[in-house]
Design a protein around this ligand. Sequence first.
Ligand code: NAP
Length: 681
Amino acid sequence: MSTLLESYAAGRWFRPADDGEPLLDAATGEEVARISSRGLDVAAMVRHARATGGPALRSLTFHERAALLKALAKYLLEHKDELYALSLRTGATTRDTAVDVDGGIGTLFSYASKGVRELPNDTVVLDGGLERLGKGGTFVGQHLYASRPGVAVQINAFNFPVWGMLEKLAPAFLAGLPSIVKPASQTAYLTERAVRLIVASGILPEGTLQLVAGSAGGLLDELTVQDSVAFTGSAHTAGILRRHPNVLDGGVVLGVEADSLNCSVLGPDVRPGDPEFDLFVKGVVTEMTVKAGQKCTAIRRVLVPSSLAGEVVEALAARLAKVSVGDPRNPDVRMGALAGLGQREEVRKAVEALRASSDVVVGDPAGAPLLDGDATRGAFMTPLVLRARPGATEPHDVEPFGPVSTVLPYDGLDEAVALAARGRGSLVASVVTHDPEVARAVVLGLAPWHGRVLVLDRDDAKESTGHGSPLPVLVHGGPGRAGGGEELGGIRGVLHHMQRTAVQASPDLLTAVTGRWTTGAARADTGVHPFRKSLAELRIGDTIASEPRTVSLADIEHFAEFTGDTFYAHTDAAAAARNPLFGGIVAHGYLVVSLAAGLFVDPAPGPVLANFGVDALRFLTPVKAGDAIAVTLTVKQITPRSGADYGEVRWDAVVSNQEGQPVATYDVLTLVAKTWEEDTR
Ligand code: NAP
């Protein structure tokens, strides 16, 4: 008998109490594994995640969590051959598997990198700026994101057994939430293999990843207000989950990625022979055939100007004729099998429903000869293009989750947008055009109905990742029928898992809470210039307040001449006098910032290694000849970089005039050595 899949639960591999149901090879029909979750204690899994995984994860900073994701990505990359070999059994070609396996690993890398670059080396994320709530500045407000002490349950569809797991795991992990992954049974053997690799690597803290192989059983019954469910699958199952009492009344957050009738629109500006015409046809064929069309983002509706519908169908037929279908073990096969005979039956039913108002114009619904493979035991299917008759409704309602697309002719951009909207919300749309006006009209028309819109033309085609590829840095999800969920999107995907809270406090206590110096909080002048302190010695709030310096007309003239910035406000007294904001010659803002650097800097070699930028620079009050400016520089945030012997220090800089009015405020960004020995100075 083949392998009985096991769940990874509460720190050990759990073998089910029965022999389970068979899972069949998509191409040969042979048994690959058996699956069951009978006897699995899902309540213990939830307790383990809460008691062991969550606390372990939340004791790490974002940077430490990101480092683990990077180590995991490297590890899986080294072991991906195992996954590739097993993936063939899902019906996937090597090209399809790259989308699943390498796409998943790439998502881990992307989150690892974003976690370090865009999140603090801390456990709290600030959202937006400081809100001054009282006139005296002693009562301020700050939004922040904190980790939830819950568990993230991730239920996935059968089509991406590796990517589906990793794209949900990575943002939740960064957010400090342990995951319980429940893959679709059909292809769960591949997810199980990936989880075995992950567990064997020992990289992730125990309890941060658990696996349910088989039915979810009563998992949702165990969830409560700090927990979440991220679901990818059919609208039908989504409906069942939405009605679960813990979702309806128990405060469990449910995110849904469901059916989607994505479309691609050929712009009315495009003519046969234009590069965009070929790009459009190629895009449709790619989306129909990668993963045998079993992609939530695949193009189901092909919207073309009526006058070109015939030519588009001919071009699709010509391209599809080159797509060889068969057993993915044969390297000449371009399109493998659907995940199983059950799935193929579903697609065939969907095609029958579509035929009520559309005609098959490319491909034979009865099937065509295979390049390789057993046509009776394998879930093979010939790609089919249908053409909708006027007034067709089914193409906007029925999702054939396979290599099937329907051409819908349109007249005018308004009709194209209206047809796209009849999908009632989709994950992604594309418009293929080289006309700026068409691009704007269609994108703005499609945007409310889609989570992502690709504008494809001859200029971006070469680098474009295509219509159907969700990218870790961009939002994946769509409104309405597509589920209304949102995943990925870079750090947005992490923040979805965290709680945003508005904190009101005094500046000192807010500084203590956030770990970031807040305007109005205590400053400490320790008598040692902060540029002489290494990261180990610097403290939040360390300050240097400079002596004043008078800005002369000669300074302004010199700066104008030296830099070539002879803008009239700095050089022409009469013209500057007529300027309603200045009323006379003023110093260049950059002169003020440069002079400020001269005032705060400690020049000798020391732990400050470099100035790598400024943030949020604002010039608030004009500086005139004769004004005396001084600067106060305060350590605002300290971010050690793991793997480097330096870190980032963000300094709050306030330049004031002799009246005490702020003339410029900004953050100075520097790199500072973690340690600095006296004898190396
Ligand atoms: P499905 O039948 O809805 O199954 C999805 C997942 O839900 C599977 O893991 C399934 O487990 C689980 N499930 C089923 N009933 C459940 C219940 N009562 N409680 C908890 N979990 C339950 O969908 P599918 O056939 O696998 O996937 C195809 C559909 O997914 C298509 O409609 C496609 O559009 C959609 N999809 C959407 C996206 C997206 O990102 N928007 C991506 C991929 C697919 P079992 O397999 O063990 O039943």
